[in-house]
Unconditional design. Sequence first.
Length: 259
Amino acid sequence: MMTTMMSDGAYGSFAEVYDALMDDIDYDAWAAYYRRLLLGDAGVPAKRLGRVIECACGTGSLTARLAAFGFNMLGVDISPQMLRVAERKMRDFGVSVPLVCQDMTRLEVPGRAGAVLCTCDGLNYLREPDDVMKFLKRCKSVLKPGGLLCLDVSTRAKLEGQIGNAFLGEERQGMAYLWQNTWNADTQSVRMDITFFVQEADGRYRRFREEHHLRAYGEAELREMLTNAGFDQVECFGEMTMQAPRMDDMRMHIRARNA
């Protein structure tokens, strides 16, 4: 027997299956990479950086690991459902991290931070360049002079070339999904239509649908926006490297300094 529902907002019901879908991501390696971006290779103690705000922190997989490294983390996400999962994860990792439900384009926190992070497609979810600019300006407002902004985006090579018009389907223990992607060249974005089937405690399957949109942003475009927002020393790297990004990279990392 099956019950049916629509999504209850951005990352609503998706929150309960998100970690299961992302179980192929090496978050330990990702956290180690961001520790390097934030601290360099000089072995500077993490606490010296001051507060680190992670925007679009989701279920907190990266947040918890960076907190375990000694960073003074603050997690921000627009979805209360994702943050409820993140709260449990902080307890599992034995770390104490404040979590704030907030739209990152309206980011506002007390005091000044040493760094802001936005990872795992958080920026791609901003569908308009104006929203990206709003976010970057809010980052500048909460950062100390010389503070760091570190982010990553899925590249056009990934959004158009790899997943743009793909259909995915998988059945797992207690869960299955049907996932159809559609690339729109006019908006430079991919629409993801996902139907989930999740088994409940009574054995019935609940069906719900999510629709997500990711927009591609190129290196030159992001460099210009960062400069216009008041950042300098903008550096772009290929996926999990300290080298310049390549045309076929699926992900690009960016580090910039609050001028």
